[in-house]
Write a protein that binds this ligand. Structure first.
Ligand SMILES: [Mg+2]
Length: 342
């Protein structure tokens, strides 16, 4: 059973503004456009205080102003929000490298293999974000991305919802169809015309009937999503492109045995590292730096991705063989690149 965590920051832009302007805490804040509510533009984020007036994202600023003229209107400072976002993603990656970035204030983590309970990891993440950035987030944990995303939205702000497959009927089916990822306003209207407004009603429709209204692949998606089925993996864009090790000799050397022994050792370390994190590689590059700091690299590309120490070591020695060892060697390094999971 997979464990997928979805993290969603609470009123992210508004929370950042309140953090850097503490006098705004507790006040209705609306962030959008250049912060002038008499101009055209839409609400990017409204603080929870502003949401009480019925203000939500994508609403025209002028309308938001009519609903709550006393609100503080601020321009979008995307650069600042991005900086904070990167810090949050850094915190998430300190827990696992299996992080899928899905927006400035949202991410999925695959926590299946972490040796810590779902509740504990959620509390740890919340605490770290609170301590380091003074921001709150809502977290959902579920057996897949679809359910995790719905779960993070169940309790907000500062929420935590852990759901399992047996909660689908009780927690997911009463929700409006719009809560399903991939159901937009257009589909919502079409479903409404079919007499379907909640997820449970969608789950009662046969696949054949859905196909009468929607394309085949989208029907399949709706059919499975309404039943809480989602096999899609967490896709990490933050993949290392290469792994490497290098060593500087205590004393520059032209002793072939010493050089060969070190090359074999470094290759083994990189391969162990690759295996430990589930990668295979295709390119082996070696680097030699001579005593005069002249540096040479040679690469060998393999036909297939591999994590075989024999194949990779052989490739490393082939690459070394193409460097003329005409001076004493100061440093030797090995890099394995073109990494892929597998
Ligand atoms: Mg958010």
């Amino acid at each position: 059973m997979r464990r997928i965590l979805h993290l969603d920051m609470d009123a992210f832009f508004a929370a950042i503004e309140q953090m850097r302007h503490p006098e705004l805490v507790g006040k209705p804040i609306i962030i959008g456009g250049d912060g002038d509510p008499t101009k055209r533009g839409v609400v990017s984020t409204a603080s929870y205080e502003a949401r009480k007036f019925g203000i939500h994202s994508a609403m025209p600023l002028r309308r938001a102003y009519r609903l709550c003229p006393e609100a503080v209107f601020l321009p979008v400072d995307y650069d600042e929000y991005l900086k904070v976002s990167e810090k949050i993603k850094g915190i998430l990656r300190s827990f696992t490298s299996l992080v899928e970035d899905i927006g400035i204030d949202e991410a999925f983590l695959d926590i299946t293999d972490l040796n810590i309970s779902s509740e504990e990891i959620a509390m740890e993440i919340k605490k770290k974000i609170k301590d380091e950035l003074n921001l709150t987030c809502s977290i959902g944990i579920a057996p897949n991305k679809l359910l995790a995303k719905i779960a993070s939205d169940i309790k907000k702000p500062d929420g935590l919802s852990i759901i399992s497959e047996k909660d689908i009927e009780r927690l997911i089916w009463p929700l409006p169809v719009r809560k399903l990822w991939g159901v937009g306003p257009k589909t919502e209207v079409q479903l409404k015309n079919m007499g379907i407004s909640i997820i449970g009603e969608l789950a009662s429709i046969s696949l054949g009937r859905l196909i009468e209204y929607f394309g085949k692949s989208y029907s399949n998606y709706l059919y499975e999503a309404s039943r809480g089925i989602d096999e899609s993996p967490v896709i990490t864009h933050w993949e290392p492109k290469s792994m490497s090790r290098e060593t500087t000799f205590q004393r520059d050397t032209d002793d072939w045995n010493t050089i060969a022994k070190n090359l074999a050792e470094l290759t083994r370390e990189v391969v162990d590292n690759m295996k430990g994190s589930g990668y295979k590689g295709k390119t082996v590059t070696i680097k030699i730096r001579f005593s005069n700091f002249e540096t040479h690299t040679r690469a060998k590309t393999l036909d297939d991705f591999t994590n075989s120490i024999d194949i990779l070591r052989k490739a490393a020695f082939e690459a070394l063989g193409r460097i003329e060892l005409k001076k004493k060697v100061r440093l030797i390094g090995v890099r394995i690149g073109r990494l892929a999971r597998g």
